[in-house]
Design a protein around this ligand. Structure first.
Ligand code: IMP
Length: 234
């Protein structure tokens, strides 16, 4: 079935994080007026997906596939979009990496707080000279789209990386997670010393999302999937 104005393509964002949604929605909606970007929350879906893979890519794909499986019956055409992020520290052989959310050891098996993770990283890096690190985000897409041949199914991942280093102490009060410890060389500031707008303009997550959006445009173009209500091609 070719795409027309009434062939909406629903993009489901597999995140509960409002900042991520605010960043993602306009980027995706600029691709096509046929895109309807919704969150799990807006769909009334509450789901806990355990991140059991050992790579960012594995976990991002796992989440995109789970959301797609859960919701694809509800929509004729949809794309599930999920992301996973990690801080990779050279001197720690890439740790905490995929385990960034659960880095600090805590007694009762709960998820550590951001502050516990920050203090644990500072302890691990005490006296360490090589402080190089990077933030990496992988965005995964799993979709079913209309095409001239009928339906087109695809999976895709895109990556965003920002190099930097780990500071000797916390700097700045903005942001979340490891932001006060991550110095972005290009700016001479930690993420926590940047406004949300500045961080969003250069962050690992926005680079990954922008790459995913570019890739998605290319996929749609390659498959000659029309993206306007007048049935013109991209
Ligand atoms: P998630 O994959 O986005 O849930 O990120 C996993 C963990 O990485 C989070 O719990 C945070 O500790 C950390 N993290 C992710 N993104 C950022 C960021 O932009 N700044 C600082 N820490 C982050």
């Amino acid at each position: 079935m070719p795409a027309t104005a009434d062939t909406r393509i629903t993009i489901v964002l597999a995140t509960a994080n409002r900042d991520k949604v605010r960043e993602l929605r306009p980027l995706l909606e600029t691709i096509s007026p046929l895109f309807n970007v919704v969150t799990l929350h807006e769909l009334g879906v509450e789901v806990e997906i355990e991140e059991t893979e050992e790579t960012l890519e594995g976990n991002a794909l796992l989440k995109a596939r789970a959301i797609f499986a859960l919701l694809s019956e509800r929509f004729p055409f949809m794309i599930a979009l999920a992301d996973d992020t990690g801080l990779e520290v050279n001197a720690l052989n890439g740790a905490p990496g995929v385990y960034s959310a659960r880095f600090a050891p805590v007694a009762d098996g709960r998820t550590p707080t951001y502050q516990e993770n920050v203090l644990h990283l500072l302890r691990c890096m005490k006296g360490v000279a090589d402080r190089a690190a990077c933030f990496r985000t992988v965005v995964a897409l799993k979709g079913l789209l209309p095409s001239a041949q009928g339906e087109f199914r695809f999976e895709h991942t895109a990556e965003g990386v920002v190099p930097g280093s780990i500071t000797l102490e916390e700097q700045g009060r903005e942001g979340f997670g490891y932001d006060p410890l991550f110095l972005v060389h290009a700016t001479g500031k930690t993420y926590a010393e940047m406004s949300m707008e500045e961080k969003n303009s250069l962050s690992h997550r926005s680079l990954a999302v922008q790459q995913a959006v570019t890739d998605l445009r290319n996929i749609l173009q390659l498959k000659q999937i029309p993206l306007t209500d007048t049935n013109t091609h991209l």
